[in-house]
Design a protein around this ligand. Structure first.
Ligand code: COA
Length: 155
């Protein structure tokens, strides 16, 4: 995994199986909210992926809520390719997508605040996010004792 260029691009239908396999361990350990392959297909336009050589090593998605709010979600980098700036590249690609769509503010719910702080995100109270953000979280086993940190950036 050493000297290949990183390519970041929108996901395509033929990528879904590999995306799912990359996300699966993180869904099983509850780092990510569970999404099945049908759900990924239905939201495919939201997904951005990263390749190192011909290996799919990163996935994320940008979900738009309204004119001034979108969420970076389903962010994962293969354990073999972490700490190589691929996560930063994926977040930047989400921000670029958000700008193209006219969104002015992006948030993430995370356990790794350092990763987002170094990209210009600031911690906000979860309660400051609109109610509709929590529609997905209701299905999360940790919903009643959520310990994720809400991070926001104006783009
Ligand atoms: C979080 C994650 C996406 C970061 O991707 P990445 O490609 O490794 O990150 P980058 O290489 O772009 O950035 C690395 C920097 O981010 C921060 N960082 C990344 N992972 C971190 C962690 N687990 N704990 C603390 N800081 C971390 C550090 O500042 C790190 O810099 P360093 O290597 O000099 O210490 C990746 O670790 C991952 O997939 N984790 C498991 C899934 C997960 O937690 N997803 C939810 C994220 S909201």
């Amino acid at each position: 995994m050493s000297s290949y260029l990183i390519q970041v691009r929108p996901a395509q239908v033929q990528d879904v199986e590999q995306m799912y396999q990359l996300m699966l361990p993180f869904m099983l350990d509850k780092t990510l909210i569970t999404r099945d392959q049908d759900d990924i297909f239905e939201h495919l336009q939201e997904f951005i992926i990263a390749f190192k050589g011909d290996a799919l090593v990163g996935v994320t998605a940008l979900h738009v809520y309204d004119s001034n709010l979108a969420e970076v979600r389903s962010l994962v980098v293969s354990p073999k390719a972490q700490r190589m700036s691929i996560g930063h590249k994926l977040v930047k690609a989400c921000e670029d997508m958000g700008k193209q769509l006219g969104v002015t503010r992006i948030f993430a719910l995370t356990y790794i605040d350092k990763f987002f702080i170094e990209q210009g995100y600031t911690i906000v109270a979860k309660e400051s996010l609109p109610q509709k953000v929590w529609t997905v979280c209701i299905h999360c086993p940790k919903f009643s004792h959520c310990d994720e940190i809400a991070m926001v950036k104006n783009i």
